[in-house]
Each structure stands twice: as structure tokens, then as C-alpha cells.
Design a binder for this molecule. Structure first.
Ligand SMILES: Cc1ncc(COP(=O)(O)O)c(C=O)c1O
Length: 367
């Protein structure tokens, strides 16, 4: 540890930084390629919601003015849509920022946070950053979150459970009956966070709406984002829904202007863009089916997904496959970061992108 590193808070050096998807520009520069597609960060291949884009453009003119820190209009609009009072909602700079805010609000140093492994790494980063201990519960052999094992891991020191539903990177869901059985086993001193970043892509009728548990007065916080189905990942809008007491605590320490002016305007407009949501959903479901068929043709096992990405076993060293795919102009997320050394997580793209990916995969795997 260097003298400068000694100045860090305890535990900072034990935290592994978030690994983002490799940017298109990096691959273009490194490999001298002009056409590169990125299927690595579960972004929206149809771009942003057109209504949101128009509203964002109009909002640019007033970027010299601070945003409304309370997100009054956006909160009102969302609360109307959800049928909840505005004080049940807090917005932040992306759902990632909500995750950080939850850990900062609820986790004391030395307390425990439970999450599945693999799941979304921001849960662990946010908890460790405030000195909490992360307890990881391996997913089952079918890649579903093992809710029985998560319940069994709850201890005296447990404060938070982050449940990603659907889970990233497995694409699986915990069903309504599974979640309800799990919640019955959760004691009063534990808060369950249901991360529903991918909820709009789910087709399974057994998928629960986390808001039912919030409304029922459970110690549940639901977190969601405008990054995925609305295509606003670059603008950063996420929110949490929970009992006003929980939300009130989070509001005490959130950044004063966390959700910027352009993002708020875009998100308000996006909430009116049901047409785009349906289009994105339908294209994604068709893309998933196309990729399943192609994986089956190539003899590659995959995990059935309820999201806009699929975990697929390439049966070869994924670090090499990842490099080789880049040379073909395709960026995927290599599974070794989740100790899945032959797996890729691939985002569902447009039909054209999916075809390009399959052709590249077939080539680099020598199939
Ligand atoms: C499960 C999950 N939660 C949260 C996020 C963060 O979303 P945002 O872009 O709103 O920060 C992501 C982003 O990929 C995610 O996969």
C-alpha cells in the first residue's frame, strides 16, 4: 500500500471497480474498424424514445439554469401513472445512483448486505463503500437466484438484501410465489430492494410487480430506470419507490441536483411514449427468439432470458472469443468477470445487429 493509498477509507482498496462494457470508440481506434456494434451494455438498439429526444432538445436551451432538485413535474407524472402519492418516489442520477443512495441511507458500518452471485456488481460496490460486509449467495444450477439460500443467509447483522429481478447477468426472474415465500422469511430488521431495471422486457406472467409489496407495507424498496426500455442511458434517470419514511431518509442525503434538467424533461416525455415502449418490447422478444434458435443451431447452451440480454455458453475461452469478436466488429460482455469463463452476455440488438453477431460468433468459434 502506498503512502497515498493509506489515506483512503478502510476497505476502498478491497473494492473492485465497476467494469463497464467496452466503448465502440475504443474498439474502432484500437482495431482501425469503422463499423462496430456494441451488444455489451444492454442499451436500447432503437435509440431514445422519440418523444424524449424532442423534449431533451427543447430543454437544452435552459441548461444555464439549475434543475428542479425535487423533480416535481416528473415525480407528479410518474406518481399519477403508478397511482401512488409523490412522496413515495425519489429520483436520482440513474438507478446506479439510487443503489448508492440506498446503501448510504440504510447500511451501517459492519452490517451485512446479501446479494446473489452473479448479480449486478453495483450492489456490492455501494455496500462496501460504506463499510458494510457483502454476503454473496451463488445462483442455482439453472442460473435462477436461490431465494431459499438467500433467506437462509439472513442473520442478525443483515440490513439489506439486493434482489435483481430480472437478474443481470443471468436474465432469469424470481416468480411471484417465490418472492412471496421469500418475503415471509424476511425479518423486520431487513430491507429488501427489488431492482427492476429490466421489468419492461419480461413476458413471463409469473413475474411479480414489486410495487404490490411496497403498497402492502413491506420493508421493500423498488428501484427502476429510464436507461433501458426508454433508451435514456446516456442521460441518467433512475428512481426508487418505497414507503415515504424510507424515501424521506434517502432524500435527506441525495445530491441536491442529482437528476439534470435535460434528463427530467426527457423522462417526463418518455412516460407518454407507450408506442415506443411496445415497439422496443416486441422487437426485443422477437430478437430473443431469433438468438435462441441460432444458439440451438450452433449447439450452444443458453439461459432463457426475460430481459434484453442473453447469457450463452460459447464452450470456448471467453477472453479469446471476446477479442476475436471485436476483430469482427462486435462487442459483447465476457463472462469471466462473473467467474463464467466460457460464457458471453450478449444484448439483444436490432435484427441486423443480431445477424451480424451470429455470423461473427459462428466464425470465431470455428463452427
Ligand atoms: C440490474 C441493473 N440495475 C441497475 C442498472 C443501472 O441503471 P442506470 O443506467 O439507471 O444507472 C443496470 C444497468 O445496466 C442494471 O443492469
Amino acid at each position: 500500500m502506498s503512502n497515498k493509498e493509506k489515506l483512503f477509507r478502510h476497505g476502498i482498496l478491497d473494492i473492485k471497480a465497476y467494469v463497464p462494457g467496452k466503448p465502440i470508440e475504443d474498439v474502432q481506434r484500437e482495431l482501425g474498424l469503422s463499423e462496430v456494434i456494441k451488444l455489451a451494455s444492454n442499451e436500447n438498439p432503437l435509440g431514445p424514445s422519440p418523444k424524449a429526444l424532442a423534449a431533451a432538445r427543447a430543454a437544452l436551451d435552459s441548461m444555464n439554469i439549475y434543475p428542479d432538485g425535487a423533480c416535481t413535474e416528473l415525480t407528479k407524472k410518474l406518481s399519477g401513472k403508478l397511482g401512488l402519492d409523490p412522496d413515495w418516489i425519489v429520483f436520482a442520477n440513474g438507478e446506479d445512483n439510487i443503489i448508492t443512495l440506498i446503501s448510504k441511507t440504510f447500511l451501517n458500518e459492519g452490517e451485512e448486505m446479501i446479494m446473489a452471485d452473479p448479480s449486478f456488481s453495483s450492489f456490492a460496490i455501494s455496500a462496501r463503500a460504506v463499510g458494510a460486509k457483502v454476503v454473496s449467495v451463488p445462483v442455482r444450477s439453472d442460473f435462477k437466484i436461490d431465494l431459499k439460500a438467500v433467506a437462509a443467509a439472513i442473520a442478525e447483522k443483515t440490513k439489506l438484501v439486493f434482489l435483481c429481478n430480472p437478474n443481470n447477468p443471468t436474465g432469469t426472474i424470481s416468480t411471484k410465489s417465490e418472492v412471496e415465500e421469500f418475503l415471509k422469511a424476511v425479518p423486520e430488521h431487513v430491507i429488501v430492494v427489488l431492482d427492476e431495471a429490466y421489468k419492461e422486457f419480461v413476458d413471463d406472467p409469473e413475474y411479480p410487480d414489486g410495487l404490490d409489496y411496497v403498497r402492502a407495507g413491506r420493508n421493500v424498496i423498488v428501484s427502476r430506470t429510464f436507461s433501458k426500455v426508454y433508451g435514456l442511458a446516456g442521460l441518467r434517470v433512475g428512481y426508487a419507490i418505497a414507503d415515504p419514511v424510507f424515501i424521506g431518509g434517502m432524500k435527506r442525503i441525495r445530491e441536491a441536483f442529482a437528476t439534470n434538467r435535460v434528463a427530467q424533461a426527457a423522462a417526463v416525455a418518455a412516460l407518454d411514449d407507450d408506442e415506443f415502449v411496445h415497439k422496443v418490447h416486441d422487437m426485443n422478444s422477437a430478437g430473443r427468439e431469433y438468438l435462441y434458435r441460432e444458439f440451438e443451431r450452433l449447439g450452444l447452451p443458453y439461459v432463457k432470458s426475460q430481459t434484453n440480454f442473453i447469457l450463452v455458453d460459447t464452450k470456448q475461452d471467453i477472453k479469446r472469443v471476446f477479442q476475436d469478436l471485436q476483430r469482427e466488429g462486435v462487442i459483447i460482455r465476457p463472462g469471466h468477470i462473473w467467474n463464467l469463463p466460457t460464457y458471453a452476455r450478449v444484448s439483444v440488438g436490432t435484427l441486423e445487429e443480431n445477424r451480424k453477431f451470429v455470423a461473427a460468433l459462428e466464425k470465431v468459434l470455428g463452427l
